[in-house]
Structure formats: C-alpha cells, structure tokens
Design a protein around this ligand. Structure first.
Ligand code: NAG
Ligand code: NAG
Ligand code: NAG
Ligand code: ZN
Length: 497
C-alpha cells in the first residue's frame, strides 16, 4: 500500500497559476475534505431524483448544484513522501505553500515550521477565522494555525490555535467546530488532554467569547449582535454530527449556520477598516463518510457543501470585495458509480455511525432480530432485506457498517478503499461580476496544491515568507513550542482521516 516514491524538488515546478489579476479585501477558502468528482455526481443525481418526485422515470434534465457552476480547474494532491496524501500534508501545501510528509502540520519534512496564509493575514492586520465540522484541532484547520510534526499531537494543536505557546500569539479570531475535550484539563470528566492545562480558562483570560453548546451558539445572534472577537465556539467533544444525523436532532449548528455567524462577525469587525479577513471553512465529514464507505452520509454532507457554496456566492454578490476559492485536500473512498441508482439513499435518515450507536445502546431486554428489523432497518434505507442479509447483519461485528455496505449495493455504488486515493480534485472559485472572468482566467488549468496559497497571497497582498522567517527563528531559539516530536507516525492515509 505504501507508495514511497521520492517526490523531490517539489518547489522547482513551473507555476501554472497566473499571477493574480484580481485584488480583494476578504478571502474565503472552502475545503470539502475527502470530496471527489463521484461525490458530486452522486449528490446531484440523488437530489434530482428526489426533487423530481417521480422515481419511476429518470428526470430528462439533471439540474446543476452550486459547485457545478463554479468549476475552474484541477489540483494535484500528492505528499512529499507519498503519492497518496493525508489531510495534514495536503493542508500544509494549500495553507502554507510547501509539500510535506503525511501527518505533518505546518512544518516541512525536516521539522521546520512554515507560515500559513492565515498567519500572514493576521500579521498584516486582517481578521481571521476557522469554521469546521470536525474537531477544531483536526489536521485541516490545524495547518492554518499550528506547527508540529504530528497530527496526533492534538494537545499542542489546540494550544497553538488559541495562541498558547505560539510565537505569534492568537492568530485566529473566530474558531467554530467540534473538539471541546482538548480544551479541558485532564481531571475534567470530558477531557481528552494528557496534561493539566485548562485552555478554556486560558481563552477566557485572553478575552475570547466562549460558546460550548447550541444555546450559546444561538446567543451569538448570527454574528449580528454584540458578540465580540475573538470567539471560541465548540459544540461537541468530538467531531460535530454528520449532517444526515444533525438535521434530525438540530442540537448542533449546521456548517452554514456557523459560516454565517463567522462571516457576519468578521465583516462587522472589518467593514469600516482598510484590512479585511481571511477565513477557512471546512465541510470536514465528507471525508469521514468516505472512510466509513457510508453513501447516504457522504451525499448529505456533499449536499451541505453545495448549499454552503450557494450561500457564499450570495454573500459575495452582496460583498463584492470578497473572493472565494474551494478545493478538496484529496479524494476518499474511491467511490465508483457502477450499477448506479442513488434513490435508495433517500430512504436513509441516519449515518452508519449513528445506527451502530443505536445498536450498541439497545435495551438488554430487546430481541436483537426484532430490534434490527423494527428499529434499525427503517432508518437505514435498506428495504426488503433477504433472510440471508438479516443473518449477515446479526452476525456482523459492526451492524452500522454492514447496513451502509448493504445500502451501497442497493444504490449500485462501490468503494475501492477505506482510505484516500491519489486522484486529482476539482478547483472551484467565485468572485463578484466585475472580477469573475479575471479570476477564472487566472485559475484555469491543473495546479499543484502548493500554488493555491501563493495565489491568495497575491490577491490579498500578503507575505507568507516573512512569517516563515519569524517562526523558524523562534524554533531555532527554542523548539519546545513545536510540541513532542515524532509521535503517531502511522501511515496516516490508511488508518486515519
Ligand atoms: C424521499 O424521502 C422523503 C422522506 O422520507 C419522502 O417523503 C419522499 O417521498 C422520498 N422521495 C422519493 C422520490 O422517494
Ligand atoms: C481583556 O479585557 C480586559 C478588559 O477590557 C483588559 O483589561 C485586558 O487587557 C484584556 N486582556 C487581553 C489579554 O487582551
Ligand atoms: C460493485 O457494485 C455492483 C453493483 O452494485 C455489484 O454488483 C458488485 O458486486 C460490486 N463489486 C464489489 C467488488 O463490491
Ligand atoms: Zn481522510
């Protein structure tokens, strides 16, 4: 599995992104983690079949989703040490402009830190944000504000994200997502830290506005009320729910709700100033559903990503000094649409992960077969199971996984892996009418992921190299702030997200 082909001299390739003929005050970068071209096709066809209301006949015309209208190019994703990247290496490339090894967060293979576009924005006096549906210290948000040689170094990443032990202090003005547990000291019931540091208390001392549940999120008033930056809002100890589960419970904010709150807050803080904002918004769990080979959860998070792009397009039309770019970090799952009929996915109201939780939590008095047939199957989208399928489910080590596997075959889709793939991914971009043609001309083509932040740098007039120098000088003086070295050196693209 392991591709160890050396990918040397990655900085030496010719630039394929034109130098920027676009200028902007604000920049929105969107990462649909683990999203590939088949993700988009499956989501589009599913929505079209459901909306047509006539599943017996295929719709004559399949309407495009928001992302379909914003395609400008392709992106190559390989890591410095592996043809198949993980989110850490890919993130370091599109946040800081350097290829690195899988697992590495904001550092190059020799361990030296490199400055991100978000850090360059902050240093230049802009406001900044990170909005995700994973834990906030997961690899993709981490690469913008943390520097450590392992994505598994979750304690250090959480510290850096609120400015603790970061040479530049707090570089992120608004952080929204999951991952509360890394901010509690280890003696707290909900803690997942391995030390006594209380990052919630630290953030409060630094005057962060804190939100730790749906009610406290709602009191941010979509960013239109009095809430002041900086803001730390985390709404689950782990990842936020898959959209397919969240929309049933509504107990956590959606990705769009968080994006809206962050954009309004950043806009209120900058609209009468010269300097604008940079924000990274991640539809994080498209990837997790790919790892789980869960087609309904994958499609629901992909549709949410498209809804988000549609929302952002409207926001940019109203705020034409803003430019948006979006690209996945890599494909995940090797989703193949053969024997394809996505309509059965419409019958699923929950992820396999949630179904497995229900299964494990079933009353001890419940008859397993009866519970499976009357409680789980109706939620799973798997209709008319055969006796053999029911028996397979009852003997499965993970009933939720087995259900989504059955649903995949009902929908005629195959997955080729529980990990990432090396496929190129799609680049999307949007600007208001006066700049959109120039933006498309600049970005047409197939690009290295490392070129993307260099383009943003030009659009916003920033200097990432200056930040890199400051960080490397701080590391030469004392590298303790980079956290423990060399922990968790697994082959990340296979075993983790
Ligand atoms: C899709 O699911 C919804 C909710 O269960 C249902 O009301 C609708 O009839 C389904 N649509 C199709 C085309 O099957
Ligand atoms: C927090 O706010 C208080 C009151 O406005 C102020 O005195 C203090 O300097 C602030 N602390 C930091 C770290 O900004
Ligand atoms: C792939 O999907 C097709 C259609 O659902 C199915 O017949 C086939 O068995 C699947 N192949 C694998 C390897 O899962
Ligand atoms: Zn992944």
């Amino acid at each position: 599995m392991r591709a160890t082909t050396a990918v040397a001299a990655v900085g030496a390739f010719a630039h394929t992104v034109a130098s920027a003929s676009v200028q902007a005050k604000n920049f929105i970068y969107v990462v649909p983690d683990g999203y590939g071209q088949s993700s988009q096709t499956m989501a589009r066809d599913l929505k079209s079949l459901v909306d047509s209301g006539n599943p017996a006949s295929r719709p004559g015309e399949i309407p495009p989703l928001a992302a379909d209208e914003l395609v400008v190019g392709l992106v190559r994703t390989y890591a410095a040490n592996n043809l198949i990247t993980d989110s850490a290496a890919s993130g370091t490339a599109f946040a800081a402009g350097y290829k690195s090894n899988n697992g590495m967060i904001g550092v190059i293979p020799d361990g030296r830190p490199v400055g991100s576009i978000l850090e360059a924005a902050k240093v230049a006096g802009m406001r900044t944000g990170l909005v995700v549906t994973s834990t906030i210290n997961h690899a993709t948000p981490a690469v913008y504000a943390a520097h450590t040689d392992s994505r598994g170094n979750l304690d250090t990443i959480a510290e850096h994200e609120v400015g603790y032990n970061h040479p530049l202090g707090a570089v992120v003005d608004i952080l929204l997502g999951g991952g509360r547990c890394s901010f509690y000291p280890q003696d707290h019931d909900d803690s997942c830290r391995s030390d006594d540091l209380d990052l919630w208390a630290y953030a409060e001392e630094q005057n962060f506005t804190i939100a730790r549940n749906r009610e406290e999120f709602d009191s941010l008033d979509q960013g239109l009320g009095g809430a002041r930056l900086p803001i730390l809002g985390l709404f689950n100890d782990g990842d936020l729910r898959y959209e397919i589960d969240r929309r049933v419970t509504q107990d956590e904010p959606s990705l769009i709700e968080m994006a809206e709150t962050a954009l309004n807050t950043l806009h209120r803080a900058t609209h009468c100033k010269d300097k604008g904002f940079f924000i990274m918004i991640e539809a994080s769990r498209i990837d997790h559903a790919g790892h789980a080979n869960d087609p309904a959860a994958h499609a629901a998070d992909t549709l949410m990503y498209n809804d988000l792009l549609n929302y952002l397009r409207g926001w940019i039309d109203e705020h034409p000094d803003t430019v948006m770019m979006s690209a996945a970090d890599h494909e995940c799952g090797g989703l193949t649409l053969n024997g394809f009929n996505p309509l059965p996915l419409n019958g699923s109201s929950h992820s396999g992960e949630h179904l497995q939780q229900l299964w494990r939590g079933r009353p001890s008095s419940a008859d397993p077969r009866q519970f499976l047939v009357s409680e789980l199957l109706p939620l799973s989208g798997v209709r008319n199971p055969t006796e053999a399928e029911i028996n397979t489910l009852l003997s499965a080590s993970n009933v939720g996984s087995e259900l989504v596997s059955l649903l995949s075959s009902r929908a005629g889709v195959n997955w080729s892996t529980g990990g990432h793939t090396a496929s190129d991914i799609t680049l999307f971009a949007y600007a208001a009418s006066n700049q959109i043609n120039a933006l498309k001309a600049d970005l047409a083509g197939n690009h290295e992921n490392t070129e993307l932040p260099r383009y943003i740098e030009e659009v916003l007039g920033l200097d990432m190299d200056a930040v890199t120098q400051v960080l490397q000088a701080a590391a030469e003086e004392d590298e303790a702030w980079l956290g423990k070295r060399g922990i968790d050196v697994r082959d990340e693209h296979i075993h983790s997200h």
